[in-house]
Ligand binder design. Sequence first.
Ligand code: IMP
Ligand code: MG
Length: 188
Amino acid sequence: MSSLARATQSLEREGKTCEILISEERVLARVAELGREITRDYQGRDLDIVGVLKGCALFMSDLIRSIDLPLACDYLRVSSYDGGTESRGVVRFDLDVSQPVTGKHVLLVEDIIDTGLTMSYLLENLRTRHPASLAVCALLHKPARTIKPVPIDYLGFTIENHFVVGYGLDYAGRYRNLRHIAKLEDIA
Ligand code: IMP
Ligand code: MG
């Protein structure tokens, strides 16, 4: 049984349907393109890639292998969701970067920008530490849900207002290990 079929079965028990929105091939091709764009734009600069855990894990591991530059990786973790599908609108640092970002060329890597509350909080917070530059790379963006608009320097895909899982994204902590991006819907 495929991982999608297994996920579909377990989601049906929770009253949800699951269907592929972006295939593994499309995801990987786009991530490689983003890596090439970043490589071109950051020539001559040392990059500090800062991933927003946990959703960035799969995206970031593929992305950094597509960037042909000297780079360092760090991670931070914030919570803005309660593990369900709705934002609480409250952002809190659970884990901060391990090295100071002052004077560095920082590229924040995030799985998805939904309301924009998390990313606008992070940008505001990191700016106070005076990085040499600060940019955003997001795999997905849901413009229909925007509360706080944020600049996205590198974007994988714009999607409609669906709740999505896979390629690092979770629903209640699960389905991060799907190779594609799937949309969840309530069974009517
Ligand atoms: P924002 O603060 O509303 O932009 O939400 C940011 C965070 O919410 C993302 O980093 C994700 O962790 C989570 N999130 C938003 N939409 C989805 C989704 O469709 N699937 C899984 N996680 C999501
Ligand atoms: Mg996230």
